[in-house]
Ligand binder design. Structure first.
Ligand SMILES: Nc1nc2c(ncn2[C@@H]2O[C@H](COP(=O)(O)OP(=O)(O)OP(=O)(O)O)[C@@H](O)[C@H]2O)c(=O)[nH]1
Length: 601
């Protein structure tokens, strides 16, 4: 097989708001082009991890090669790069887009443009993409294709008069999408006689193959046996396997300009590959490297501790395994007075945190306690130095602090008019500064600057509940700003629980402290003695609740009862205990740590 002519290649991504049908459409494209036998077709093949499938979200960028004979009689190779839909993974979106020339913009014809539609379309425009609008779900009675076309023109400024109207679910007009890809998206450019220049799009660890590298060739050709050099790390390797995804791995002898595929080359660790790096020929290198990407920075940190201290080594090993395939997840050892030994972990956002925690618990069978998530603060010290604070427990003595800076985001929210009032109030409460307010038909589009700290815990949940699920939200971190931030400690039975301490804005401290102790009063079970629960700044108590003492003996009601019932109760108590943590004389259930931070009102 020779490399394909550039004119017959199309590289594209699908950008969409969550749930508008990106994965369903991808599956249809795979099915329609016969890339996969029907019997292999599991629903949503592109979302390969179980958790992704269960939660219906796409995490890791994947790619698939489709062979398509178009109405013009020619054969085309269509490379679809999947992109994650959630804001936490925006970084991965831009790097996948960098490997393509065009995008399909999928919009649900019954819902219209949402916040992530906008964010993703801007990423695609930044990448210089040609964009074909696709209106999905036109089988729904509520679909209003004409209105949504107008909306795409008004809000995004894209010509939508020739938007492709489809139903990914019923399979209606999938051919129309394939023809639009061929006719309306540009072919890649490249020079097959120039020295090898390829983009390292992604890499991951495969238990059988070792490190697999996803590449997009720009110039020249990659062949089996080629000696390659990674221009960023200067490491050299010999390519021992080369292929494409259909979507299963399929070996090819060579990849030419414009093509997307994978290589393996005896690379030991994913850490040896740098996403965005330029791959070239060792002997005949290209003169200039590609611009590359900035590495993804973790923005949310929390502590993860094993419930059973004996599981510490297992936890370390499990985290190491997960990190093999997820360079944006970081961890380092930490010890807490209350929780013992564990790890301080960094994530791209809250969803990323939840996914990692869930995978550790589910795939590695570990019981974990997560501490309050925290953003990264920059602390300017009086002596001129600057500290990145990942953990409120490590806050230096305030006497030495000049100022504390916190990350701010710019958020875009789209909402039906009816919920606007509630949403403005929420943003205002969270120290937001309104930047813009526009109307898109009957829906309001608000832009706010907000401190990330106020968004991490439950902003998204609150937004969804205020708007009955109709508002959509997207954000990007913009800058660090100085703020009047203080460390709030939580004391249970007069003992500080370091895992619950947090940095808060002084104006919000009392409210947060009050909500927190009230929540803890509900979450901590009664003991044989009275337990005060307090929030404090420095030595000053700002909120207090008391858990009253328990009088009854729990097992008392079993005396005289039958033995099995009694044993069952004891087992139940034991299981309950596993999820508890001892703080001085008090046991705090694991749920308390996260639940205490979610405020209902
Ligand atoms: N009625 C109708 N439902 C559809 C259509 N396309 C997708 N759906 C449904 O819409 C829901 C979301 O579809 P997905 O393909 O999972 O959406 P997605 O955009 O990939 O979502 P993420 O993977 O979370 O980004 C699913 O329940 C689909 O069955 C369609 O054309 N018509």
């Amino acid at each position: 097989m020779t490399t394909h002519k550039l004119d017959n290649i199309r590289n594209f991504s699908i950008v969409a708001h969550i749930d508008h049908g990106k994965s369903t459409l991808a599956d249809r494209l795979i099915q329609t082009t016969g890339t996969m036998a029907k019997r292999d077709m599991v629903e949503q093949v592109l979302d390969s991890m179980d958790i992704e499938r269960e939660r219906g979200i796409t995490i890791k960028a994947q790619t698939v090669r489709l062979d398509y004979v178009a109405q013009d009689g020619k054969s085309y190779v269509l490379n679809l790069m999947d992109t994650p839909g959630h804001v936490d993974f925006a970084y991965e979106v831009s790097r996948s887009l960098a490997a393509c020339e065009g995008s399909l913009l999928v919009v649900d014809a019954s819902q219209g443009v949402e916040a992530q539609t906008l964010a993703n379309v801007y990423h695609a425009l930044d990448a210089g993409h040609e964009i074909v609008p696709v209106l999905n779900k036109i089988d729904l009675p509520a679909a209003e294709p004409d209105r949504i076309k107008q909306q795409i023109e008004d809000v995004i400024g894209l010509d939508a008069s020739e938007a492709v109207e489809i139903s990914a679910k019923t399979g209606l007009n999938i051919e129309g999408v394939l023809e639009a890809i061929v006719k309306r998206l540009p072919p890649p450019k490249g020079d097959d006689t120039a020295p090898l220049k390829a983009l390292l799009v992604d890499s991951w660890y495969d238990a059988y193959l070792g490190v697999v590298v996803l590449v997009r060739v720009i110039d020249g050709a990659l062949k089996k046996g080629s000696r390659i050099r990674m221009m960023g790390t200067n490491a050299t390797y010999e390519v021992d396997r080369i292929g494409v995804f259909k979507p299963k791995m399929f070996d090819v002898p060579t990849l030419g300009p414009g093509e997307i595929g994978f290589i393996t080359a005896q690379i030991k660790e994913v850490a040896d590959t740098r996403v965005g790096d330029t791959i070239t020929d060792e002997r005949k290198p290209t003169a200039e490297a590609l611009p590359g990407f900035k590495p993804a920075q973790p923005v949310v940190f929390c502590g993860l501790f094993p419930v059973d201290a004996a599981e510490f080594d297992e936890l370390r090993a499990a985290m190491g395994r997960l990190r093999l395939n997820d360079a944006s997840f970081s961890f380092e050892m930490e010890s807490s007075a209350a929780l013992g030994f564990g790890f301080r972990c960094g994530f791209l956002g809250l969803l990323h945190l939840e996914i990692i925690q869930e995978r550790l618990e589910r795939e590695f069978n570990l019981d974990l306690i997560a501490t309050a998530p925290s953003v990264v603060y920059k602390i300017a010290m009086r002596d001129g130095s600057e500290i990145d604070l990942h953990n409120p427990a490590d806050m230096p003595d305030i006497m030495g602090i000049e100022e504390i800076r916190e990350p701010w985001i710019r958020a875009t929210i789209l909402t039906p008019d009816d919920y606007l009032g509630g949403i403005l109030k929420l943003c205002q409460e969270r120290r937001g500064q309104q930047i813009d307010l526009n109307y898109v038909g009957k829906r309001a589009m608000v832009t706010y600057d907000l401190p990330l700290n106020e968004v991490v815990f439950d902003f998204y949940d609150r937004l969804k509940s205020i708007s009955k699920g109709y508002a959509s939200f997207d954000y990007a971190i913009t800058d660090y700003r100085a703020g009047d931030l203080v460390k709030m400690s939580i004391l249970v039975n007069a003992e500080p629980v370091d895992a619950l301490s947090m940095l808060v804005h002084r104006d919000r401290a009392e409210m947060r402290g009050r909500a927190m102790v009230e929540k803890l009063r509900e979450l901590i079970p009664q003991h044989m003695f009275q337990i005060p629960v307090q929030a404090a700044i420095g030595g000053k108590i700002i909120a207090r609740e008391t858990i009253r003492a328990l009088r009854k003996d729990v097992t008392a009601k079993c005396y005289g009862g039958d033995v099995t019932r009694k044993r069952k109760l004891l087992e139940k108590q034991k299981a309950g205990k596993k999820k508890m943590r001892q703080f001085g004389k008090v046991e705090i259930p694991q749920e308390a740590f996260i639940a205490a931070l979610k405020m209902d009102s």
